[in-house]
Design a binder for this molecule. Structure first.
Ligand code: NAD
Length: 260
C-alpha cells in the first residue's frame, strides 16, 4: 500500500498511539501533521524522523480543548498540504476518581479533548474530503466505548460518545467515498496508562503490581498489553482500499476484554 500524495492530521501524536500512527502513515508516504504537547526539542526530533520518510511533516500545538485552536490547526494543514485526506482523532486524557469527587474541570476537559475535538476536526476536514470523494476518519476510542469501569465516568462517557459520533459520520458520509471508524484498544502500554496507575492505587487501595496485574491486565483474557504498533497497523489498514467497505465499525483490539 502507498499513501503517497495523501495527507493526514493525527491529533495527540507527540506520544503513544498517535505517534505510532503518525510514523506508520509517514512510512507509507503520507504527509502528516502531528499535534500535541511536550518538550519542543523532542517534538522536533520526532517531526524530523517523520520527514525523513520524504514526506511533509509538521507539528501544530493546538490545544484540543479549544475549538478556535483546532480550527486554526485544520486550516493550516489544509493550506500546507492542499487537503486533509486522513483524519485521526486520537488525543485523549484520563482521570480516575469516584463520581462524587470528580473535579468539574476534569470532567469538562475530558469531554472536550476526548469527544468534542473530534467534532471540531471532522467538520473542518469533511468539505475537502467530499470534494476529493475520498477520506478516512479514524477515531481512537477504547474498550471503554463498549463497557465501563468504575471511577472513569468522564472517560467512559466520552468514549461511548465518540463511538456514536463515528457511526453518525459513517452514515452521513457513506456516499462520498469517506469512511469513519473507531479503533477500540484495551490497555495499551503508553504514558496514558502509566500515569493512571498512582490514582488507581489510591482509588482502590492497591499496590502498583496489583493495579497492573489485578486491574489492568485482569481485564484482558490474553493477559498482555496491546502495543502501539498493533494499533497503528490497524489504522493503516483502515486507510487502504481493502477497507473501503468498512465504515461505522467499532474495531476492538483488546485481548478479548469485551468478548467476556
Ligand atoms: P498518551 O498520553 O501517550 O498520548 C496522548 C497524546 O495526546 C499526547 O501526544 C498528548 O500531548 C496529547 N494531548 C493531551 N492533551 C491534549 C490536548 N489538550 N490537546 C492536544 N493534544 C493533547 O496516550 P495514549 O495512550 O497514546 O492515548 C491516545 C488515545 O488512545 C487516547 O484517546 C486514549 O484515550 C486512547 N486509548 C488509550 C489506551 C491505553 O491503554 N493507552 C486504551 C484505549 C484507548
Amino acid at each position: 500500500m502507498t499513501l503517497k500524495g495523501k495527507s493526514a492530521v493525527v491529533t495527540g501524536s507527540t506520544s503513544g498511539i498517535g505517534l505510532a500512527i503518525a510514523r506508520a502513515l509517514a512510512g507509507q508516504g503520507c504527509n502528516v501533521m502531528i499535534n500535541g504537547f511536550g518538550d519542543p526539542g523532542a517534538i522536533e526530533t520526532e517531526r524530523a524522523a517523520l520527514a525523513a520518510h520524504g514526506v511533509d511533516a509538521r507539528h501544530h500545538g493546538a490545544d484540543m480543548s479549544k475549538p478556535a485552536e483546532i480550527a486554526a490547526m485544520m486550516a493550516e494543514a489544509a493550506a500546507a498540504f492542499g487537503n486533509v485526506d486522513i483524519l485521526v482523532n486520537n488525543a485523549g486524557i484520563q482521570f480516575v476518581s469516584p463520581v462524587e469527587d470528580f473535579p468539574l474541570e476534569k470532567w469538562d476537559a475530558i469531554l472536550a479533548i476526548n469527544l468534542s475535538s473530534a467534532f471540531h476536526t471532522s467538520r473542518a476536514a469533511i468539505p475537502g474530503m467530499k470534494a476529493q470523494r475520498w477520506g478516512r476518519i479514524i477515531n481512537t476510542a477504547s474498550a471503554h466505548s463498549l463497557v465501563a469501569s468504575p471511577f472513569k465516568s468522564a472517560y467512559v462517557a466520552a468514549k461511548h460518545g465518540i463511538a456514536g459520533l463515528t457511526k453518525t459520520l459513517a452514515l452521513e458520509l457513506a456516499r462520498h467515498g469517506i469512511t469513519a471508524n473507531c479503533i477500540s484498544p484495551g490497555y495499551v502500554w503508553s504514558p496514558l496508562v502509566e500515569k493512571q496507575i498512582p490514582d488507581t492505587m489510591a482509588a482502590r487501595g492497591l499496590t502498583r503490581e496489583q493495579v497492573i496485574g489485578d486491574v489492568l491486565l485482569a481485564a484482558q483474557p490474553t493477559r498482555e498489553f496491546v502495543t502501539v504498533d498493533q494499533v497503528a497497523a490497524l489504522a493503516l489498514f483502515l486507510c487502504s482500499d481493502a477497507a473501503a467497505q468498512i465504515t461505522g465499525a467499532n474495531m476492538s483490539m483488546d485481548g478479548g476484554w469485551t468478548a467476556a
